[in-house]
Unconditional design. Structure first.
Length: 245
């Protein structure tokens, strides 16, 4: 059973550690029904923690964004003990079965959405819903208009033909170029394979945006926050789902 400081768990609801400490000192936080004023009190997933009378483990659904660092798996656990995005999140979320909305390769950085709403996750990654993902890539060599056209047309691979995608060149030099890539599907290594196919192997790939949700610039690698009510609302409208279940 994983242990965590009470102030860290409370801060995990999206407030600063300082504010969490104030709430705890002010007697607003209970553990298993009893007021707990020690911010360093150790809690496990077995404890029921409430702030101002509201359980922080029992919201209808939890939706978060995390800034995934490189070298970390987009998974909630790994049998071989490799670091996963779950290592950055409060364990209370896993009691609620939060999971990632699609995956980024281990070396890829950037936006990962995580939700306890499996149907929402499914629609956001299903090719049928054509949700656009925006990536920033640093590639080898000089990108040109032919690459843009190839992306627009749809690149053919042995195992699938990529749907038409957007390629916006931000800078292009003989040794290195920087671009934005817009795709609506998420085949294995898709963006890397598309850029490789037009002759420009990827040096670094970073996801900036999924649908209308942009990675919050204030989040350093490994940091996360809950989605705002308006971000959640937008995702439910986009996927034609009812927010209230
Ligand atoms: N495309 C890739 O090649 N890798 C990712 O992680 C995401 C998109």
């Amino acid at each position: 059973m994983r242990c965590m400081r009470l102030d860290k768990l409370v801060a995990g609801t999206g407030i600063s550690r300082q504010d969490a400490k104030k709430l705890i000192a002010g007697g607003r936080v209970t553990v298993d029904g009893k007021v707990q004023k020690d911010p360093g009190f150790s809690v496990t997933e077995a404890n029921e923690v409430s702030v101002g009378g509201e359980s922080i483990t029992h919201k209808a659904h939890i939706h978060i964004m995390i800034h995934k660092p490189g070298g970390v798996l987009t998974a909630t656990e790994d049998a071989r003990g490799q670091k996963t995005v779950a290592d950055f999140l409060p364990f209370a979320f896993f009691k609620r079965k939060i999971g990632p909305v699609g995956r980024l390769d281990k070396d890829v950085t950037g936006l990962v959405l995580m939700t306890t709403d499996g149907q929402l996750a499914h629609r956001l990654i299903s090719p049928k819903w054509e949700v656009t993902k925006r990536y920033r890539a640093v590639v080898e060599g000089k990108l040109d208009e032919e690459c843009v056209l190839a992306f627009k047309t749809g690149i053919e691979f042995k195992d699938f033909t990529a749907k038409p995608a957007g390629l916006e060149i931000l800078s292009a030099n003989e040794d290195e170029s920087v671009c934005l890539v817009y795709v609506t599907e998420g085949k294995f290594h898709q963006v890397k394979r598309m850029l490789q196919a037009v002759g420009h192997p990827v040096k670094h790939l970073h996801r900036e945006k999924i649908a209308m949700i942009e990675l919050d610039e204030s989040l350093a690698e490994g940091e996360w926050r809950e989605l705002t009510d308006s971000e959640i609302h937008d995702l439910y409208v986009l996927t034609e789902m009812n927010e209230d279940g």
